[in-house]
Every structure is written in C-alpha cells, then in structure tokens.
Design a protein around this ligand. Structure first.
Ligand code: ADP
Ligand code: MG
Length: 395
C-alpha cells in the first residue's frame, strides 16, 4: 500500500483519533448485526497494545445535521465495550466541552466514543472549524472507515489538515490491498450484482463499472425504473420516474461495452409492506399486478442469476434483491447470497444490507472478501480515487 499506515505511527502515550465505520443496523434501540463493529477491532486493539488512548468518531444513518435520538451511537458504545472487553466512555456530543470532558474522564489508556458525527451539518459540509474541533481531541489521526472514504467529510478529509500525523488503519489498508489487486487484474467473467432501493445513488458507479465487467445483474427496487422504461406494468412499486431516460442510457451503454445487462423476469408482488400481507409470483409483464407492489425477485430470476454467477470468475454484490427485512420477501436476496457462496470464483460482498443478508444466510465463510464498504467498494472498483484515501499522506 502506498499510504502511510498505523504501523508507521508512534503511538505510545499518544491520544489517537480514529474515524471508524460503526454504521450498524439498530433494531428496537439495540445493535443488530455487529459485523462492522467487529471489523474495527483489530485497529483498536493494535493501538491499545501500543499504549495509545483512543477517541473514536463515527456516523450512524442519516440524521441530516441535527440530533436524532434514534440514531445515537450510545447502543454501539455498549456493544463495543463488550467486544473490546474494556470500558468505553460515551461523549454525548462529538465536539465541544462534553467531548473534551469525556476524553479526560477516559484517561491515559482509555477509550472514548463520540456521539454521531452527522448530528452536526458541518460534518458532511467538510467544515473547516468543525474539522479543527475534531482534530483538537487527538494527537494524531487514523482513518479506518473504508465505508465512508468515498465521501469528502470533515472526519474523513477536513481533519487531516489539522493533525500532526495521519495514517490508514488496518481495516482500511486491508480493503485497499484486496480491492486494489482485484481492480488491477480481475479474473473474467467479472459479474456485478446491484440491488437496493435507488438507481439514483448508483448511476455513476454503474457508469464506471460498465467498461470493466462482463455482466450486470439488477435486482431490488432499482429494477422498476428500468421496467417503467420498457412499459411493463409496475403497479405501486418503488420507482424513480425522473430516471427512466437514464436507465435507457445505461442499457445503451451496456450494449456499447458488450455487457450482458440482466433484469428480473418474474417477481413477488404484495398488497402492503407487511409480514402477513398476501403475495404471489408474477411474470414482470403480467398486468394482473394492478395496484400491488413488487418486493422481491422470483424463482425464475433466482435461477437465471445463479447460472450467470456459476459461470463467473469474479463476482461483486451490493444491495438486496428485495425488501429482505420482511421475512417472506427475503427469498431472492438469500438465494443470491447462496449462489455467491457456492461460486468457485472470487466473491466480494459489500454494503450493510448485503453483508447482513450474507450473515443471515449463514454463508460468511464462503465469501472471498466481505467489504465494509458498499458505495465505497463499488466506487473504488469503478476506478475512482476515494477522497478519504487521497487525503491521507503517502508512505
Ligand atoms: P445498500 O444499503 O445495500 O446499498 P440500499 O440502501 O440502496 O442498499 O437499499 C436497501 C433497501 O432497499 C432495503 O431497505 C430494501 O428493503 C429496499 N428494497 C429492495 N428492494 C425493494 C423493492 N422492490 N421495493 C422497495 N424497497 C426495496
Ligand atoms: Mg443502505
């Protein structure tokens, strides 16, 4: 790796500010899948073992610049304390006197977790003063939040200008090494599977990936914007009408690059997003959908996608195939997780929702690389320089 690493820092007696990725799913105020917290542990233990005290900063969800009680990192502090097996002092604000006091209270070898960075609009605005206030809490800085490295925020980019020394954490380094070697020479056929709710968030990524991949499999709500463009009946399915033209453009570009673009041929439709709502499987051109909504890919699509995954040498997956949070509508996502697990090729799964599905399907050990970054890993594999990586000093 060409970036300065935590292994290059002098840590003994230092207060180390670490940007971590703790954006975990919460259910009823408690941490659900804790994969991301566990992924942060090696760097934290490394620094503790070398005599540093830790100030940890992270974001959770999208509070849009103001405090939202349900998006507090407090439950994460509780889980982190259990996993680290040492006390974690929680600071109810990420800057100002409460933060300073919490860090002082934690003491010379203590661990402090700061409240959700995104409770302040200045975080996402990459504000100078806010960056400097964060930097004041530590002697040096480590970025281990690969999953946030594609955003130029105060805690990932701005802060670097205000610290005496900065470096990549172990997780960040591992992601860059793994995905970097893949980017340099992916074994072909190279297949990307994209799902989730929106086309809009993934347009640029799709555009960058097309020249590099052999097939693109689409699932999730994203498919309905493509279907609308084809004139298929979509009922009340989640759709982005403004992006119908864009999906046509994606299909044109896929042809240009000889990329096989696969869309679902059948889907599960339901009357409501509820576990007990009646549902059935329809072909995607079946007009009896009426005013129901499409919530998962059907068995024919699952089979077709499995065949493409079986033939692939490299597979990257981001985004669920349906509303997988609601039990009957997780079948397509679980099927894709299992197909990926059965692949003999190199398989990479990124993004909170997709990783949660892999964990739930019990196939974590059968995936080559679980990336803590969803958008970040896709952008990286699309050849983009991530701002949070670019901001770190070279070795
Ligand atoms: P990721 O976090 O993996 O990048 P997104 O955040 O874009 O993915 O989207 C995940 C969400 O998409 C999930 O909450 C899931 O319920 C939702 N979703 C997937 N398919 C559908 C669908 N057909 N209709 C509505 N929502 C969907
Ligand atoms: Mg998501």
């Amino acid at each position: 790796m060409l970036k300065r690493s935590i292994q290059d820092l002098r840590l003994d007696g230092k207060r180390l500010f670490v940007r971590v990725d703790l954006n975990v799913p919460l259910t009823d105020g408690a941490v659900g899948d804790d994969t991301r917290i566990r992924a942060a542990l090696p760097t934290l233990r490394f620094a503790i073992d070398r005599g540093a005290s830790l100030v940890l900063a992270a974001h959770l969800g999208r509070p849009k610049g103001r405090p939202v009680a349900s998006l507090s990192l407090k439950p994460v502090a509780v889980r982190l304390e259990a996993l680290l097996d040492r006390p974690v002092t929680f600071a109810v604000d990420c800057i100002g006197p409460t933060a300073t006091q919490a860090v002082q209270k934690a003491g010379p070898s203590g661990v402090t977790l700061l409240e959700n960075l995104r409770f302040h609009a200045e975080e996402e605005a990459n504000d100078r003063e806010f960056s400097s206030a964060l930097a004041a809490l530590g002697d040096c800085y480590v970025n281990d939040a690969f999953g946030s490295a594609h955003r130029a925020h105060a805690s990932t980019v701005g802060i670097v200008a205000h610290v005496s020394d900065a470096a990549a954490g172990l997780l960040m380094a591992r992601e860059l090494e793994y995905l970097g070697s893949l980017l340099a020479a992916p074994a072909r056929p190279f297949v990307a599977i994209l799902g989730g709710s929106k086309v809009s968030g993934k347009l640029k990524v799709i555009d960058n990936l097309l020249p590099r991949i052999d097939a693109l499999l689409i699932g999730g709500a994203m498919a309905y914007t493509f279907f609308k463009a084809h004139g298929f009946p979509i009922g009340r399915s989640l759709v982005e009408p403004d992006l119908v033209g864009t999906t046509r453009e994606i299909e044109r570009r896929a042809k240009e690059w000889s990329v096989e673009l696969a869309l679902p041929t059948d889907h599960f439709v339901t009357t409501a997003l509820k576990p007990d709502a009646p549902y059935e499987c329809l072909a995607i051109n079946d007009r009896t959908i009426g005013d129901r909504l499409g919530v998962d890919i059907g068995p024919k699509t699952q089979q077709a996608y499995k065949a493409i995954i079986d033939a692939a040498s490299t597979v990257i997956w981001n985004g669920p195939m349906g509303v997988f949070e609601i039990e009957p509508f997780n079948q397509g996502t679980v099927a894709v997780a299992k197909s990926i697990a059965a692949s003999a090729g190199t398989t990479i799964v990124g993004g909170g929702d997709s990783v949660a599905a892999i964990v739930k399907a019990g196939v974590t050990d059968h995936v080559s690389h679980i990336s803590t970054g969803g958008g970040a890993s896709l952008e990286f594999l699309g050849g983009r320089t991530l701002p949070g990586v670019a901001a770190l000093p070279d070795q």
